[in-house]
Write a protein that binds this ligand. Structure first.
Ligand code: ZN
Ligand code: ZN
Length: 386
């Protein structure tokens, strides 16, 4: 009997040791996506003054009631992620703008040029959340959604419908007109609906890259809404990190801010690296977004040739004498992928490898999606044919 008890005790010690080993090892050597503070993949450093510029859109700082990230932390995280710009969208205020201007910098070196911190805003409108940028002050309170859009345009700004088809706070009024963009992806809203225990386990046991890849999926209903809108108007696609640091105690935050910054990136084509030019390019869709856990996307190209001229994302190819022009599309990617050219939500041409060319004669919005092993890598903004 004594021997049996001894044996069962040693078995439970072995069990306990195995359990600890299997939990602690992944945490230290492999997993714990949400505790990691290093970049989970690396990309080239910012190219200085060379387009396209890499950045994140829809970031919350301590000027949001549900985030504790200081502006210094925002900038530090942007720098670690090798970003050219960070577009802040705090809830219903733009106080970060003044705070950034008042920030103290070392006498030597001064304010770093990159990442450039740009202050936008996320507005809680009566019909859902919208983000705005390119304005210098928040809109007056109490306006309806259409008046908000008109006010923002009057002030020279751009407006994007945020997380339009999510469970938490969907957009509910599709009668409004004139908005510039639509979030086709929102990292935070891909895991908000998930059971908290499952989410915690995934955050603890997955590697950061695995965790990111797991949530880097385009929701078909978001994409369908974008394609539906593109049939009648110009709407630029946005991918939101929607990064928050919800909790921070004694300077320690359980969520990884850098993981959220690395969830998705925008590349913006602008002739100069300057705030207004970058925002115009973003608002007008001269950009694409990418999930760079699947490969660096900087050298992606999507162009159109017609009548001896060249056109890029966000631009319109004019028709000739009331008829649509014959347009030749050229797509190229820096690594092998599955390239798809889409029109009215349908794939009209596809290729595997690094290039795709295709000619069309029909009007409308043409856009590109690139996949790797059937998982989304690059989503372009459209080129419009009159
Ligand atoms: Zn929101
Ligand atoms: Zn948000």
């Amino acid at each position: 009997m004594k021997e049996d008890r001894g044996l069962s005790q040693s078995i439970s010690w072995i069990h306990l040791f195995c359990l600890l080993f299997s939990v602690v090892c992944p945490l230290f050597f492999n997993g714990c996506a949400f505790l990691i503070r290093r970049p989970s993949y690396s990309v080239k450093a910012p190219a200085g003054a060379e387009s396209p510029f890499r950045g994140v859109y829809h970031i919350h700082s301590e000027f949001s009631s549900d985030s504790k990230a200081s502006l210094r932390q925002v900038l530090k995280t942007g720098e670690k992620s090798k970003l050219d710009f960070v577009l802040l969208t705090d809830h219903n205020n733009m106080r970060a703008k003044e705070a950034y201007e008042l920030m103290k910098w070392p006498a030597e070196g001064g304010r770093p040029k990159q990442p450039l911190l740009i202050t936008g805003i996320e507005i809680s409108a009566p019909d859902g959340h919208m983000t705005a940028f390119g304005i210098s002050e928040p809109p007056p309170k109490g306006m309806n959604s259409q008046d908000l859009i008109d006010w923002i345009h009057q002030k020279g700004g751009y407006l994007v419908l945020a997380h339009p088809i999510c469970q938490r706070r969907p957009w509910t009024n599709w009668e409004i007109q004139g908005f510039d963009g639509l979030e086709v992806y929102n990292f935070a809203h891909t895991f908000y609906p998930e059971n908290k225990l499952t989410l915690t386990l995934k955050a603890m046991l997955f590697t950061p890259k695995m965790f990111l890849k797991h949530y880097q999926k385009i929701n078909p209903s978001w994409r369908q809404k974008w394609d539906e809108l593109l049939m009648t108007e110009k709407v630029s696609a946005f991918a939101a990190n929607d990064a928050h640091l919800h909790w921070k105690w004694l300077g320690i935050a359980p969520e990884s801010y850098i993981l959220q910054f690395q969830s998705v990136n925008h590349y913006v084509f602008s002739e100069v690296f300057e705030e207004r030019a970058l925002l115009e390019a973003l608002g007008e869709g001269r950009s694409f977004f990418a999930f760079e856990t699947r490969g660096e996307a900087r050298d992606f190209q999507f162009r159109a040739e017609a009548g001896g001229k060249e056109f890029s994302m966000g631009e319109e190819v004019p028709g000739s004498r009331g008829e649509p022009a014959t347009v030749r599309f050229l797509v190229s990617v820096p690594q092998d992928g599955e390239l798809r050219l889409l029109h009215r939500g349908e794939i009209i041409a596809q290729a595997e490898g690094r290039a795709l060319t295709h000619s069309v004669e029909k009007p409308g919005a043409y856009r590109v999606e690139v996949y790797k092993k059937d998982k989304p890598w690059i989503i372009s903004n459209p080129i419009y044919v009159e």
